[in-house]
Write a protein that binds this ligand. Sequence first.
Ligand code: NDP
Length: 448
Amino acid sequence: MALKNTYLIELLETVKKRNQGEPEFIQAVTEVIETLEPVIDKRPDFVEAGVMERIVEPERQIIFRVPWVDDNGKVQVNRGFRVQFNSAIGPYKGGIRLHPSVYIGIIKFLGFEQVFKNSLTTLPMGGGKGGSDFDPKGKSDGEVMRFCQSFMTELSKHIGADTDVPAGDIGTGAREVGYMFGQYKRLRNEFTGVLTGKGLTYGGSLARKEATGYGLCYFTNEMLKANGKSFEGKTVVVSGSGNVAIYATEKATELGAKVVALSDSNGYIYDPDGIDLACVKQLKEVERKRIKEYVATHPNATYTEGCKGIWTIKCDIALPCATQNEIDGESAEILVKNGCWCVSEGANMPSTPEAINTYLSNGLLYGPAKAANAGGVATSGLEMSQNSERLSWSFEEVDAKLHGIMVSIFKACDDAAREYGMEGNYMAGANIAGFLKVAEAMKAQGCV
Ligand code: NDP
């Protein structure tokens, strides 16, 4: 989409100049600004209040050294990040990514997206994100613990239950959250809901583990229903084999679909009989093994090296649940050519701009990440509520609330897209609906 509004064109130029060397952040901002053009044309008051200039600049960016000692007694040093992007509607909220590819541009793009996503949940949460270039893969439990303790020693100075509440993301699961929570408690002598995604024995919420994947399928199901379709009998490809991928596979299967593929960063498996999820959970959640081990016990399944090939598998619905920019223009063309008619995003920004253009120009149903994967943070919000009340809700209660939130997120995207003359463009709808609440709050609070 080419911008016409000169004010927005200049704003985007400033963002590009100010954030050189951060292509993921520029990509995320460009997408949002392009879809907000009709809103800005209608609302000069937001321009007057400087909402746009402020919304693309994080409130605070913290970068710190994370020293820790490995199992050989050698000192290792990683770099830690926390970007507190926007607190207009609540305390900063967003996960911690532990992956060697992490640098400030990745954390900023994730923090920026989180602002709109958290707004869409209707819960009072601002946007933030954190992480480190530490790679938990291949590390012992002791090494992971020492890293997490060192990371939290610095991070604890900047977060708090009413200030900033981190959670999991790539590489940060229940184990890492547990070590970080333990260290925060020790340093502050406070047992508070400072992190979400906690274990069930110390303040975690039932259904948080399942929430992003289940929420993705609840959102997608609403989108399908609104267009006269369903998951029943459909062939689905899910990328990744981590937290989001596993529970998206579980719910899609429950809703009547057959999931035939999963991947990790080395390659993908294809099982024409439908993925045996009990085996995947054992391999990934218990044994922390690679996805290729699956074929050892499933003779009809095949493993192929390289993760991009997963998009050449014929499917009706694609659910990318691994990482950013995993579907490029070429993969999107192949998906369309093979008859795929729906892409709904569990991962953050998994589609390049070229891929999104291909979906939209071919009339695919497209569920954008900000809306489709908001179930994780929504349930984190529910964990915060339970922690404040010092109560735990049942799995069914949390799941029902999650379902209700995802249904209302779809409606908000659908309504906003219609109101601004872009019916069926749920990406534009998500950006507009998420933006409006934050922008109103920023304007009301004055120039801060
Ligand atoms: P996990 O660490 O549990 O799993 C990530 C999966 O994606 C793994 O299978 C991993 O493979 C694969 N992967 C990671 N990086 C790459 C890469 N560069 N190329 C190919 N595959 C890769 O993370 P989650 O499931 O929690 O997160 C997946 C996505 O969902 C991320 O984009 C995250 O931001 C997003 N998300 C997560 C939420 C949550 O609640 N957890 C909430 C909302 C969004 P390998 O093991 O080989 O690294």
